[in-house]
Write a protein that binds this ligand. Structure first.
Ligand code: HEC
Length: 404
């Protein structure tokens, strides 16, 4: 049931996210490509003109200096893309990381805590960061947009990534930074962009003057959102790449990739304005290469971790069945799912899931049972030749565990 719910919510989340970011990219592109209109259009209050051909037809777009003389019958707003992406994202966070906190959010090697505490910390981080951001945008700092934007990206990203990485599992930490950015972005739409647009629409409808400051404040938030998109999208796919979130300095990996990807976004923003700066793309690519090289370097600390895991396994006395399960896991799973995999392809534990100690195995009993005894798609391609009898042992052990 939960897997199906997670599937549908994730599917919806991706669709809504594509619509949101797609619309956002399109409008930034549109704005940057507006050209001076002919005089007859200028007289109507149009400040920017754009022609496009797409899907077998010509489109003519006009941007008004302030607003049209009369309110059009239908006016499109583009807000539900943002809201539905945020709502489905929070729901997904709840289903995967809060309902499954013991498996996905809490890593006892980082910080031991109860599921409740982890959830409160997670929500505290997300809404705390939103509060700080909103306060900063209302302060005098915001009068220097470029400097403010830079400081925001670096300070906020570093702070949230550092805290999350020192509280949660690697995946849990990354997704929380993603949730912080997504919440700020949706908040920008909700708290600033929409109210400004409502003011403008109200003014046009009642033939009142439009204050350019309304649009300017909304524009600043819109630019922030634009630079946030690439770091956000990286975080959303980072779950597939354990070498990033499993790194001992994973928060620094996240900050570095975040900054480089926002830098690359800058290239495209300039390009739309007709300014070509290939040096940005080159330094961006170079930055990514340096990060890849740094992340790929072998880590001396891993061996130590393994040692302490083994020791902790030795301390707790295991029953006969548990010893049997431990042996099965060591022979069939730990060659991939380990701090030090011996597999020829997987050099980092897939999904960050490790079975080096009994504690790690026991706390993941439900998903081990699911994949090794129910869906039976683990070991991957049955690479380690797990037998039906061994799957049965896992099933028996899980049954016993659930009865207690
Ligand atoms: C050859 C390498 C390999 C072996 C051996 C292997 N796995 Fe996996 N495992 C993976 C990969 C790759 C993934 C991620 C892709 C996926 O979920 O299908 C994964 C994912 C998982 C997941 C999902 C984790 C999550 O967070 O959703 C579980 C559970 C799992 N493995 C359990 C096991 C168990 C139990 C065994 C031993 C019986 C095992 N694996 C053996 C490669 C392996």
């Amino acid at each position: 049931m939960l897997d199906w719910l997670s599937l549908f919510v994730r599917w919806f989340h991706v669709i809504a996210g594509v619509a949101w970011i797609g619309a956002s990219f399109y409008f930034i592109w549109l704005d940057n490509n507006l050209r001076t209109p002919p005089d007859w259009k200028k007289q109507k209050g149009i400040k920017g003109d754009l022609w496009a051909v797409h899907g077998g037809g010509f489109y003519e777009v006009a941007k008004y200096n302030y607003g049209p003389e009369t309110m059009p019958e239908t006016l499109h707003w583009f807000k539900w893309e943002a809201y539905s992406t945020w709502l489905s994202g929070m729901l997904l966070l709840g289903i995967v990381y809060y309902h499954g906190a013991a498996v996905y959010l809490i890593d006892n090697q980082v910080m031991a805590m109860s599921a409740n505490e982890a959830i409160w910390r997670g929500l505290g981080l997300i809404f705390g960061a939103l509060l700080i951001y909103e306060a900063a945008c209302r302060s005098a700092l915001a009068r220097f947009p470029t400097l403010f934007g830079l400081a925001l990206l670096v300070v906020l990203l570093t702070l949230t990534a550092y805290l999350a990485a020192h509280w949660f599992s690697g995946r849990g930490a990354f997704i929380h930074v993603g949730a912080v950015i997504g919440t700020i972005m949706a908040g920008n739409v909700f708290f600033k962009i929409m109210p400004a647009q409502r003011q403008m629409v109200h003014a046009v409808a009642n033939k009142l003057p439009i204050d350019p400051a309304w649009g300017a404040a909304a524009k600043l938030r819109s630019v922030h959102n634009n630079y946030f998109t690439l770091p956000l999208l990286f975080i959303m796919i980072s779950n597939h790449y354990p070498m990033t979130y499993q790194h001992p300095d994973n928060w620094l990996v996240l900050v570095a990739i975040g900054i480089v990807s926002a830098w690359i976004r800058h290239y495209f923003n300039l390009k739309h304005l007709g300014i070509s700066r290939p040096s940005i793309l080159i330094t961006g690519a170079l930055g990514m290469l340096i990060i890849a090289y740094w992340v790929a370097k072998p880590l001396p600390s891993v061996e130590q971790n393994l040692q302490t895991n083994m020791e902790s396994a030795a301390i707790a006395p295991l029953s006969e069945l548990e010893t049997h399960v431990m042996t099965i896991m060591q022979t069939h799973c730990a060659n991939c799912h380990s701090a030090q995999p011996s597999d020829d392809i997987f050099v980092v534990a897939p999904m960050g899931l490790m079975f080096d100690s009994w504690q790690q195995i026991e706390s993941r009993a439900a998903i081990i049972h699911q994949r090794a005894a129910v869906s039976k798609d683990m070991p991957l391609m049955n690479k380690t030749n797990m037998t039906e009898a061994e799957r049965q042992v896992i099933a028996t052990w899980f049954q016993q565990l659930s009865q207690h």
